[in-house]
Design a protein around this ligand. Structure first.
Ligand code: LLP
Length: 409
């Protein structure tokens, strides 16, 4: 976004023109920023067999998935629906990592039929996999390394009480199942949480995986997961990817030497690739003064961006319509019949009804976690590409709200 003569521009369009063309609320993603993040990620890991599997749960619009494919980035999917969207976007099935969480076995069978790389996260499914496929279909195992990693406890996934993965302490049981059914384990995986700041956290996990890997002779890859922290506030500590690359690549090289084969190094970033590339554009509907505070009510709510309410996540907010305005403090709130506060006591350039606000860093887990709560339609999505803003998802309407309802009375 550029500020010229007190007007914000995105590509060649002023923010006012964008509002007039697309309306609000609108998710807007910048392709250039996504491509820059991909480059930065690739540069940090100097390994010939580096594979990036974009965690598509963070942003699953088909255009974003195509952009990933055009830039040599594969997919990590958590449901068959996600994985199939990946196919529609042109990804090859074998390049899609399918990591369901505790699903019925028929979903795994379906994944095998489609040719996805299967990642198994529990012992009963591993046993069933062996019974069904023996050594005919390879699979990866998701290990829970019992590492406390990630920001808010709600986004930590690798600790001992987490539902995810097979405990590293169950390695003997894993081995027994694998040997009994002759399963070909072609990968080991971990994902310990989101917003991991410390290189050491990844290294601890890596050491555990290297150690466990010795039990499996036919590995093709090790998947170190996602969770790279981006800055939501200017002063936020982020994951130092270069430092991680500098520590992990030599350790991986050493491991591969001992293992006797050069394996692929996989990662599954979500936020890192798309969070900062996206914002949610809103309109201020009302400004309401009480004896205690000033509220800005916007044309959105937790139905469109739930991160501030669900994780107490901080998202920067900018009043795009009044860049020079006097700074005042506001509670920015949604229209949902819940306490859906985007920001408490936040300094903003004076907000007037009709002003356009941008909630930044909303590319990841924004639209993809949106809902129809309060029977509100989901927002539109648009893409900034080569200086042009293009609509990539229509705003929902009344028909969408009623689409699957069946009147029986
Ligand atoms: N791989 C697996 C297996 C995952 O479950 C996830 C995220 C990722 C990779 C990508 O993590 P990332 O790089 O985006 O941190 N909704 C929460 C985050 C939950 C992430 C769930 N799994 C949020 O908005 O903070």
């Amino acid at each position: 976004m550029k500020l010229k003569q007190n007007t914000h521009y995105l590509g060649n369009k002023s923010i006012e023109e964008i509002r007039n063309t697309f309306g609000t609320p609108l998710y807007l993603y910048d392709t250039e920023k996504i491509v820059a993040q991909i480059k930065q990620f690739k540069n940090a890991f100097n390994w010939p067999g580096l594979k990036i599997k974009f965690a598509m749960k963070s942003l699953s619009n088909i255009n974003i998935l195509k952009l990933m494919q055009q830039n040599g980035v594969d997919l990590d999917a958590v449901s068959l629906y996600e994985a199939e969207t990946g196919l529609l976007a042109g990804h090859e099935a074998k390049n899609i990592m399918y990591t369901p969480s505790g699903v019925k076995f028929n979903e795994i069978e379906e994944g095998v039929k489609k040719g996805f790389q299967i990642n198994i996260d529990n012992l009963p499914s591993l046993k069933k996999f062996g019974e069904t496929y023996g050594n005919k279909v390879p699979c990866c195992i998701r290990i829970n390394p019992h590492i406390k990693a990630g920001g808010n406890h709600k986004i930590q996934t690798g600790h001992k009480d987490s539902k995810f993965g097979i405990s590293l302490l169950q390695i003997d049981e894993i081995k027994a199942v694998v040997e009994h059914y002759q399963i070909r384990i072609n990968g080991l995986h971990m994902h310990t949480g989101s917003e991991i700041t410390e290189v050491d956290t990844y290294m601890q996990g890596a050491k555990i995986l290297f150690d466990l890997a010795k039990n499996f002779k036919e590995l093709d890859f090790i998947d170190f997961g996602g969770g790279f922290k981006v800055a939501y506030k200017a002063e936020d500590k982020t994951t130092d990817l270069d430092a991680l690359g500098a520590a992990l690549v030599p350790a991986f090289e050493q491991f591969c030497k001992e293992y006797g084969k050069e394996l692929e190094m996989w990662f599954e970033p979500g936020k890192f690739l798309v969070s900062e590339a996206g914002m949610l554009l809103l309109e201020a509907s009302i400004v309401k003064q009480t004896p205690y505070s000033t509220f800005v009510g916007v044309d959105s709510g937790l139905n469109h961006l739930i991160r501030p309410m669900m994780y107490d996540a901080y998202h920067e907010i900018v009043n795009l319509s009044n860049p020079g305005g006097l700074v005042k403090n506001y509670n920015v709130v949604g229209y949902i019949c819940e306490t859906d506060t985007f920001a408490w006591d936040r300094p903003l350039n004076e907000v007037r009804p009709g002003d356009i606000l941008a909630i930044k860093n909303a590319g990841a887990y924004g639209f993809s976690m949106s809902s129809n709560y309060n029977s509100r339609p989901r927002p539109a999505e648009a893409l900034l590409i080569d200086g042009e803003v293009k609509l990539i998802r229509q705003r929902e309407n009344m028909q969408d709200i009623m689409k699957n309802q069946i009147e029986v009375l």
